[in-house]
Design a protein around this ligand. Structure first.
Ligand code: GDP
Ligand code: MG
Length: 179
């Protein structure tokens, strides 16, 4: 039986090494590994949550070895309700590429799809190079919500998935997306 009101397909994209798989594993298994995670990516993980009184089943897709531009296939994007774009707050290059990831989304998702920008690895002030105001500027430019996370220390990870779910529900209400 279906004990949820919505099933949403989420994608996690962004440069290699920014912690996409780590965020997913932290969220669904509440674990963290110090090494690169290569085993996820062929599949998705499921988690059912309640946001604003609505029960939502999240089908969350990771990417592995596809993190160069134009290598993620149209199939992967098809039917996505929400896309989480991740960069590493300690790496300016991964932040610059956020813009390119948005261009990719634009090409693959002609209808409105909910998006969130995530600055991950926000657990070492000494190495942080992208400030919160830098993030806010870009997020405002794209008109999307943003959050800084740490998969390692489990900071704002639940919040991130609540945020994208709320954004999807908002997008649906405004008639941007069906299904
Ligand atoms: P992906 O290629 O984007 O999927 O990145 P991974 O999840 O495989 O993580 C790449 C590396 O960054 C691994 O060594 C992780 O342990 C590390 N990492 C991931 N998230 C964090 C984080 O929040 N903080 C720190 N300090 N390291 C992280
Ligand atoms: Mg990965």
């Amino acid at each position: 039986t279906n004990d949820y009101s919505h099933l949403f397909k989420l994608l996690i994209i962004g440069d290699s090494g920014v912690g996409k798989s780590s965020l997913l594993v932290r969220y669904t298994d509440d674990t963290f590994s110090g090494s690169y995670i290569t085993t996820i990516g062929v599949d998705f993980k499921i988690k059912t949550i309640e946001v604003n009184g609505v029960r939502v089943k999240l089908q969350i897709w990771d990417t592995a070895g596809q993190e160069r531009f134009r290598t993620i296939t149209a199939t992967y994007y098809r039917g996505a309700h929400g896309i989480i774009v991740v960069y590493d707050v300690n790496s300016a290059g991964t932040f610059l590429n956020v813009k390119r990831w948005f261009e990719e989304i634009q090409q693959h998702c002609p209808t409105a799809v909910a998006k969130v920008i995530v600055g991950n690895k926000n657990d070492c002030p000494e190495t942080k190079v992208i400030s919160t105001p830098d993030l806010k500027t870009v997020a405002d430019e794209f008109n999307v919500p943003f959050v800084e996370t740490s998969a390692k220390d489990n900071v704002n990870v639940d919040l991130l998935f609540n945020l994208i779910t709320e954004e999807i529900l908002k997008t649906k209400r405004s008639g941007g997306q069906s299904g």
